[in-house]
Design a protein around this ligand. Structure first.
Ligand SMILES: NC(=O)C1=CN([C@@H]2O[C@H](COP(=O)(O)OP(=O)(O)OC[C@H]3O[C@@H](n4cnc5c(N)ncnc54)[C@H](OP(=O)(O)O)[C@@H]3O)[C@@H](O)[C@H]2O)C=CC1
Ligand SMILES: Nc1nc(=O)c2c([nH]1)NC[C@@H]1CN(c3ccc(C(=O)N[C@@H](CCC(=O)O)C(=O)O)cc3)C=[N+]21
Length: 298
């Protein structure tokens, strides 16, 4: 039996639909729409694509989208001033500064300047700390989206062996934290891990967040594992084509013969990231307006 395909795109569409319905109710109750500000510094082509799809999804979900495009040579003081202005703007519930930033800008300083109450990416140390100690706060969108797919498929994760490959602050670490909170037994692997195939082989759940095309091989997987592929890698173009294919960190075709279920790339985790961003923005809007989000609405 080939692995089931975990259709993140369809799951994300349903989540965006629910968020849109709740956002319309919010607008009625609050007398204004929930607002998301996205800041893009520079002209990175991939970032432009993401920012455009975030804008479209935000508007479609009955929210206000504020886009700020700054030149690549923007001074840090000017970027910090814009963040301060957005922090103070009552029409803005969520702030996202698209990463990576150009090299001359200090990402940590910029993230630290965002109000934790508007940090819908969940990247501020305050929100990372809240997640680490079990307080409620904003959880990074990509790992939260992965958890939604996992619990939808597997139900209770208690006692399952989970291996997260990658330990970045935005994906790997919060992913491991969420799996731990769900009572999985969690291993975090990284570039210094010895015998990665043997570590992966233990896993009932594999989350790959590395950024290396098709690195995780089918033979590494435990039969009937559930595989969440966060990686987004563009292969070199075939002769005659102008763009290469997008692939994940897992050998998708091979894994289909071993795993119980796997997310595709594209159409898996990526769309979930955007849907969760809208969800986090709506949660922020309810809190900022002093209103209660109906229990279980999202
Ligand atoms: N779908 C989505 O919405 C999103 C997708 N992504 C994608 O996810 C991937 C990971 O992103 P991100 O976490 O930001 O990446 P980072 O580059 O910040 O982190 C990569 C991690 O992979 C580890 N690693 C690198 N090489 C190996 C190796 N050979 N074996 C084991 N581990 C290795 C690194 O280890 P070490 O710490 O030792 O260096 C590091 O912890 C990328 O492809 C990115 O494009 C990212 C964000 C959102
Ligand atoms: N502050 C900040 N927050 C982020 O959340 C953030 C960021 N910076 N910088 C870049 C990464 C990457 N990221 C993606 C979002 C959607 C898709 C997505 O929808 N991908 C589609 C494919 C898109 C395509 O075809 O290129 C899919 O996987 O199906 C992918 C990647 C958010 N990121």
């Amino acid at each position: 039996m080939p692995a089931q395909v975990i259709d993140g795109k369809a799951f994300a569409a349903r989540l965006r639909e629910r968020v849109g319905q709740e956002a319309a109710k919010f607008a009625e109750a609050a007398g204004r729409k929930a607002g998301l500000a996205v800041v893009l510094v520079g002209e990175d082509a991939a970032s432009q694509v993401y920012v455009r799809s975030k804008h479209k999804a935000t508007v479609a979900a009955h929210m206000e989208s504020f886009e700020h495009r700054l030149p690549a040579d923007t001074a840090e003081a000017d970027l910090l001033a814009l963040v301060a202005q957005l922090n103070a703007d009552p029409a803005v519930d969520g702030i996202l500064v698209q990463l990576p930033l150009p090299d001359h800008l200090d990402e940590q300083a910029v993230i630290a300047a965002i109000s934790p109450d508007k940090d819908v990416d969940g990247f501020h140390v305050t929100n990372a700390g809240r997640l680490a100690v079990g307080q409620s706060g904003f959880v990074p969108c990509t790992p939260l989206g992965c958890m939604m797919l996992l619990t939808d498929r597997l139900g209770d994760l208690s006692g399952l062996e989970a291996v997260v490959i990658g330990r970045s602050n935005i994906v790997g670490k919060p992913m491991a934290q969420l799996l731990l909170d769900a009572n999985a037994t969690v291993t975090i692997a990284h570039s210094r891990t010895r015998d990665l195939p043997a570590v992966v082989r233990r896993a009932d759940i594999v989350v790959a967040a590395v950024g290396r095309a098709e690195m995780v091989k089918a033979e590494w997987l435990k039969p009937q594992a559930t595989v969440i592929d966060v990686g987004i890698n563009r292969l070199p173009p075939e002769p005659g084509a102008d763009k290469g294919r997008l692939v994940g960190d897992v050998d998708y075709t091979g894994a289909q013969g071993v795993a119980a279920a796997i997310t595709p790339v594209p159409g898996g985790v990526g769309p979930m990231t955007i849907a969760v961003l809208l969800r986090n923005t709506l949660v922020a809007a309810y809190r900022n307006a002093g209103l209660d989000l109906p229990e279980g609405a999202l």
